[in-house]
Design a protein. Structure first.
Lengths: 114, 113
C-alpha cells in the first residue's frame, strides 16, 4: 500500500542533543512538508520541499534543518538550538501534476525532550 | 501572507442534529481550500477541497463545505451528526500557484449521544 511512514512513533532525547525524524513516502509525490503540532496552536509549517535538492523555510524554521536528497525521503533534524522541541511532528506529501492534490499525512512522531 | 482562522476551539452538537464548523481565510490570490480530520495520535485525513466552480463541495463521510468568496469563508457542514464524527477538524488554504499550505488552529467537534 502506498503511504507515508514516519519513524519512530515516540522519541525521547536529552536537552542539548540533535535528533533526526524520519519521513519516507512511496506515493511518487514531488512535494513534502514538515509540520509541528502543539495543543491550541494547530499545525505550523517548519519546512517544505517542492522537488529533490530544493526546500524552503516555513513559518517556524528556526532550530530545524532538512535535506531532500531523494524523492522518497525528507528527514527533519531538530537541533539543540530549538528552544521548545517537545511536540508532535507530522510529515506530509502531495503530488504535483494536473489538478490540485491534497496533503497525505504520516501518523506522526511524538518527540519529548527533557 | 496567507492565513486561516477557525474561531471556535470546540463545537458541541447533539447526535442527529446538523453541524457547522467555521473557517475564514486570507490569501493574496485565488485560494485552494481544504478540510481535514484528525483522530487522537494520528495524522490528518483529507475530507474535501474547493478548487473552483460550484460553491458547495461534497466530501467524505457525508461532509460538505460552502465556499463564500465575499465573506472569505469555507464552513464545514453535515446535515446529521454522528457520535463517530467526534474528532479534531482543520481547515487549510493554499494560494494558487504556490505549494505552501497553511492550517488553522483546529476545532474539536464533540457529538453528544
Amino acid at each position: 500500500d502506498g503511504g507515508i511512514t514516519q519513524s519512530p512513533k515516540y522519541l525521547f532525547r536529552k536537552e542539548g542533543q540533535n535528533v533526526t525524524l524520519s519521513c519516507e513516502q512511496n506515493l511518487n509525490h514531488d512535494a513534502m512538508y514538515w509540520y509541528r503540532q502543539d495543543p491550541g496552536q494547530g499545525l505550523r509549517l517548519i519546512y517544505y520541499s517542492q522537488i529533490v535538492n530544493d526546500f524552503q523555510k516555513g513559518d517556524i524554521a528556526e532550530g530545524y534543518s532538512v535535506s531532500r536528497e531523494k524523492k522518497e525521503s525528507f528527514p527533519l533534524t531538530v537541533t539543540s538550538a530549538q528552544k521548545n522541541p517537545t511536540a508532535f511532528y507530522l510529515c506530509a506529501s502531495s503530488g504535483s501534476g494536473t489538478g490540485v492534490s491534497p496533503l497525505h499525512f504520516g501518523n506522526g512522531t511524538r518527540l519529548t525532550v527533557t | 501572507a496567507q492565513s486561516v482562522a477557525q474561531p471556535e476551539d470546540q463545537v458541541n452538537v447533539a447526535e442527529g442534529n446538523p453541524l457547522t464548523v467555521k473557517c475564514t481565510y486570507s490569501v493574496s490570490g485565488n485560494p485552494y481550500l481544504f478540510w481535514y480530520v484528525q483522530y487522537p495520535n494520528r495524522g490528518l485525513q483529507f475530507l474535501l477541497k474547493y478548487i473552483t466552480g460550484d460553491n458547495l463541495v461534497k466530501g467524505s463521510y457525508g461532509f460538505e463545505a460552502e465556499f463564500n468568496k465575499s465573506q472569505t469563508s469555507f464552513h464545514l457542514k453535515k446535515p446529521s451528526a454522528l457520535v463517530s464524527d467526534s474528532a479534531l477538524y482543520f481547515c487549510a488554504v493554499r494560494d494558487m500557484g504556490y505549494q505552501k499550505v497553511t492550517f488553522g488552529t483546529g476545532t474539536k467537534l464533540q457529538v453528544i449521544p
